[in-house]
Design a protein around this ligand. Structure first.
Ligand code: NAD
Length: 366
């Protein structure tokens, strides 16, 4: 049954660089189609970020882009960066635009799912029996911890040496807000939350563990466990199926979310969501701008399409529309369509556009 009509959802599109424009075009086409099927109206507006913004305006995050993002209901980002801008000073690099967007929108929670699709079991470097059925969500704190703590820098010591310093710090407020996102996320999944820290060595981790434990009183329906980060890394590759939702700080989350993602073995399949307290979230693939294959119709658009599905689910609260998109991805994989990065024997090779057409056909038939 189509849903009743709603006010238009304002979506800012940030195609960025490299393969970005190719993969976001596929996502927009399928979003339009799902919108028609579900009687939803999406208003898309494009803005500049990354290298494309540097070329046009001199800045990797023009003020107009940040304003457009703030005024929208959700932001769909593709990827930024490329060889051309690698030698610019840090303040003018494409990555600086991405960090500016995250801080400008107050995006403190990063959600990274790692799901093993049965169709792509052989893409993992681990044994099929170890990874089959893996479905993990890593909730990473994104705007605090050691990446932002003060003091930081490289200082001269009295005896003439240099001393590099970074500071890992979290306040109770910062821990509580990411903790709540994680408990809420676990509730929508299998109801199991594992908090990862290094509380046996670090005071900041002791506070983290104390607060996550205290919050459990409000979420007693969720099963809570704790792991030290070294053990968590080991368990992720030893027995990944034990995990449902993982919550952790910025540094540990950076490392563990990459490890969890790579259990799936295919970077072209991995979406992510970054959320703030209020205001729009940013939804983007985990991979970069893949300049080596840009403009050649070789990119896998599925991570971008799955990011659009996360946008529907977590950014716009449209779970039925998200289900449709995710189901279309499963259907085209079942039908044997593969881009180069996930190709295997006996499958049908398609380019970025071909995968888009297969998705549209699958949606039409649904
Ligand atoms: P990358 O993810 O762009 O590419 C790594 C490898 O994976 C390449 O061989 C690439 O061809 C392949 N690949 C990536 N996405 C693919 C897709 N959708 N389909 C098929 N193959 C795909 O990482 P990199 O090469 O380290 O970085 C390239 C540029 O991207 C750099 O400028 C980097 O700074 C930037 N980058 C941006 C983001 C982002 O936008 N969030 C993230 C990582 C890297």
């Amino acid at each position: 049954m189509p849903a009743t009509p709603t006010a238009p959802f304002r979506i800012t599109l940030l195609p960025g660089d490299g393969i970005g424009p190719e993969i976001i075009a596929v996502a927009v086409a399928v979003l339009k189609q799902v919108g028609q099927q579900q009687n939803l109206q999406f208003d898309f507006a494009e803005a500049l970020i990354g290298g494309a913004a540097i070329d046009a305006t001199g800045s990797p995050l023009p003020e107009a882009t940040l304003t457009a993002c703030r005024q929208s209901d959700a932001v769909l980002l593709a990827s930024i960066g490329g060889y051309k801008w690698d030698t610019l000073p840090r303040s003018q690099r494409p990555e600086t635009g991405l960090l500016g967007l995250r801080s400008g929108l107050g995006l403190f929670a990063n959600l990274r799912p790692a799901v093993i699709l049965p169709q792509l079991l052989s893409a993992s470097s681990l044994k099929p029996e170890v990874v089959e059925g893996v479905d993990i969500m890593v909730v990473r704190e994104l705007t605090g911890g050691i990446y932002f703590g003060q003091p930081r820098g490289i200082f001269e010591t009295e005896d003439g040496q240099q001393r590099g310093v970074n500071t890992m710090a979290y306040t109770t407020g910062e821990i509580d807000r990411i903790g709540r996102v994680a408990y809420e996320t676990a509730r929508k999944r299998q109801g199991r939350l594992c908090s990862v820290d290094k509380a046996n060595v670090l005071e900041v981790s002791q506070l983290w563990r104390d607060r996550i434990t205290a919050l459990h009183a409000e979420y007693s329906d969720v099963d809570l466990s704790h792991l030290y980060v070294d053990n968590a890394a080991m368990q992720l590759v030893r027995q990944p199926k034990q995990f449902d939702t993982i919550v952790t700080g910025n540094l540990f989350g950076d490392i563990l979310s990459d490890a969890a993602a790579m259990l799936t073995g295919s970077i072209g399949m991995l979406p992510s969501a970054s959320l703030g307290e209020s205001g729009p979230g940013v939804f983007e693939p985990v991979h970069g701008s893949a300049p080596d294959i840009a403009g050649q119709d070789k990119a896998n658009p599925l991570a971008q399409v799955l990011s659009a599905a996360m946008m529907l689910r977590y950014g716009l609260s449209l779970p039925a529309a998200a289900d449709r998109l995710e189901q279309a991805v499963l259907t085209v994989l079942d039908q044997g369509y593969r881009t180069g990065d996930i190709m295997s024997d006996g499958m049908t090779a398609v380019g970025c556009e071909g995968m888009g057409q297969a998705l549209e056909k699958a949606l039409s038939a649904s």
